[in-house]
Design a protein around this ligand. Structure first.
Ligand SMILES: [Zn+2]
Length: 261
């Protein structure tokens, strides 16, 4: 199971772009076209109806996939005035100029506002950017926007929504078997994306979230999220729901799982 270099470079870039600092939008009044679906309001400037129809289809598909994956199907919170807004710029230049984000940004999210900003005709829009950013919004909407949680939990949930999440899991397994992973107590102290080694951080985060869901099931994960929402300390939720007493024990179980077979 070798680590493909091209993928590595892609992921380093991607991992960075998904954590672009949030900035105010400029020129929102220039949106002259709006398309509404059950869970989305799409603002666009210049796009064919075919492209917008595809975006609506893909966004609704992502919503279904993410809520199913997390076990949130019964909580239909994205309707009517609560719909997620997608601001679709016609190209990279317009997007960068209007949002003022870093030049390699491909998309960014304002989680509490439920707004995703991105641009057309990029390869990763439907498979990676949309599902990742929507994963952030859906998870936080459930557990609370201001809840103090380790960054790996947010990013793990978001990364697992990407089309190529299996690649992340395979890579994390390699990292564990090579003993190149970050210990969970250190991983849990990371709260600033600028101090992350993206290649390790994002893949490991995805792998731990996948482990919790795979080993204990969706119902437990919903219980865990409910407890995250209601309890002050997230490790207490780990203990209460999963009977995992601390990060060392979680790490031990996860490493055993990754080194089996
Ligand atoms: Zn992210």
């Amino acid at each position: 199971m070798g680590i493909n270099n091209k993928r590595l470079v892609n992921w380093v870039l991607l991992s960075s772009l998904l954590l672009v600092p949030l900035k105010a939008y400029a020129g929102k009044d220039t949106w002259n076209n709006i398309e509404k679906s059950k869970h989305f309001i799409i603002y666009y400037q210049d796009a064919s109806s075919d492209y917008i129809n595809r975006l609506v289809r893909e966004a609704e598909r992502c919503y279904r996939n993410i809520t199913t994956y997390l076990g949130f199907m019964r909580f239909d919170f994205w309707i009517w005035d609560n719909r997620c807004k997608i601001f679709l710029y016609p190209d990279e230049e317009t997007y960068l100029g209007a949002t003022g984000v870093i030049s390699w940004s491909r998309g960014h999210v304002q989680i509490a506002k439920k707004e995703i900003s991105t641009y057309m005709w990029q390869e990763m829009l439907f498979d990676t950017i949309l599902p990742h950013e929507m994963g952030h919004i859906i998870f936080r909407e459930f557990v609370g926007y201001n809840k103090a949680l380790p960054l790996w939990l947010d990013e793990g949930v978001a990364c697992m929504q990407e089309y190529e999440s299996k690649e992340r899991l395979a890579t994390a397994k390699c990292l564990v078997n090579l003993k190149l992973y970050t210990h969970l107590d250190d991983l849990s102290k990371i709260s600033d994306s600028s101090v992350i080694i993206p290649f390790i951080f994002y893949n490991e985060s995805a792998s731990i979230v996948d482990f919790l869901l795979r080993r204990f099931g969706r119902n437990k994960f919903v219980d865990f999220c409910r407890s995250l929402r209601d309890q002050p300390d997230w490790v207490q939720s780990l203990r209460g729901v999963y009977r995992i007493k601390n990060l060392d024990e979680l790490e031990k179980l996860w490493v055993e799982d990754q080194t089996e077979n």
